[in-house]
Design a protein around this ligand. Structure first.
Ligand code: ADP
Ligand code: MG
Length: 330
């Protein structure tokens, strides 16, 4: 017998979400009524983000269900992290072709494991039939006037990126070609595909950047594009030093060094943060990051002109019509 909507919500979402909701203590009413009732911390501002994943567009049909659940929440937590917010609650809109229990079990596990890791509570949602589409709305809080924006950067600010961008894009390529990459050992292949399937939203990094970073974006469309957007919103130009890009050993093994740099600059799907810090606060940043388990790397700086430039050891690199695709050798 097909699982009804009520049983589905009850079994996969309400019951597992209940303990987390109780633990938070700021959800007077969660899943089960017409709407959730939430108790934001007194004096804080609410921060909200929503991202939708469509099968075939944002994930490969047949992706592991736990990866789909993880990514649906991860991309939203990443958006909150880019604001410096502390995440608290989320809503889930689930459109399913059929109530496949194997899918639901894996999906709910991937989603709720990540929720557990970050102490966020699923407080409600909607369930309908149709092509597989997942939308999550995440909400959190921040002290008034302290949110990190895209527009606060100033010429001379140092530009940083977290983690090792490009890994997720390489992981997606591996998944699409079903894993055939003889240049990689098993651990390297696993690392790259995991960075695509289970990206890490940089929540504690975002929180630590409040009061230090002048601007921040999350890297979802490629580092060069997103950093360029930050620069434009800040009324600045940008210079990226290609030799400073943090490349994972797996990415270099997969694509070679020029290819790895190209993926790091143009690959999407990472949940990394790109942010700017005035040079005078670089030491304060390092002190803040002692307790944040996330590497960050300075890759360049904002400039007073309006252009986005790439250089290697001081020599300009050509940027052709396809973006940062062409690495001319000096
Ligand atoms: P309504 O018809 O009033 O919108 P629903 O039957 O859609 O009610 O939902 C009943 C309850 O279950 C609501 O509290 C809703 O927030 C919750 N809910 C529905 N779908 C989901 C889901 N996919 N995940 C979490 N909660 C859900
Ligand atoms: Mg409804």
């Amino acid at each position: 017998m097909a699982l009804g909507e009520f049983e589905l919500i009850e079994r996969y979402f309400r019951v597992p979400a209940e303990a987390r909701r109780a633990a938070r203590g700021d959800v007077p009413l969660g899943i089960g009524d017409d709407a959730a009732v939430l108790a934001p911390p007194a004096g804080q501002h609410l921060v909200a983000a929503l991202d939708t994943l469509v099968e075939g567009r944002h994930f490969v049909p047949g992706s592991p269900p736990d990866s789909i659940g993880h990514r649906a929440l991860a991309v939203n937590l990443s958006d909150l992290a880019a604001m410096g917010a502390t995440p608290a609650w989320f809503l889930l809109s689930l459109t399913l072709p059929d109530p496949d229990e194997k899918f639901l079990e894996g999906f709910a596990r991937g989603l709720l494991d990540l929720a557990e890791e970050h102490g966020v509570a699923l407080v409600g949602g909607d369930t309908t039939g149709g092509p597989l589409v997942i939308a999550v709305q995440a909400m959190g809080s921040i002290a008034p006037g302290t949110a990190l924006t895209r527009s606060g950067g100033r010429a001379g600010d140092l530009v940083y990126v977290s983690g090792t961008p490009g890994d997720a894009a390489a992981g997606l390529q591996l998944v699409q070609r079903a894993g055939a990459a003889p240049q990689l050992d098993a651990a390297q292949g696993q690392w790259l595909s995991d960075r695509f399937h289970f990206p890490t939203p940089r929540v504690s990094l975002g929180e630590a950047l409040v009061g230090i970073a002048t601007a921040c974006v999350d890297v979802s469309d490629g580092l060069a594009g997103d950093a360029g957007r930050l620069a434009r919103f800040s009324g600045c130009g940008l210079i990226i030093d290609a030799e400073k890009l943090p490349l994972s050993p797996a990415l270099v093994a997969y694509a070679g060094e020029p290819g790895a740099r190209r993926l790091a600059l143009t690959g999407g799907e990472d949940c990394e943060l790109c942010f700017t810090v005035p040079p005078g606060l670089a030491d304060a940043l390092a002190a803040r990051l002692v307790n944040v388990k996330c590497p960050v790397t300075c890759i360049g700086e904002l400039t007073a002109d309006q252009t986005v430039r790439l250089r290697e050891h001081g020599t300009p690199l050509r940027i052709d019509s396809t973006g940062f695709d062409h690495f001319a050798h000096p």
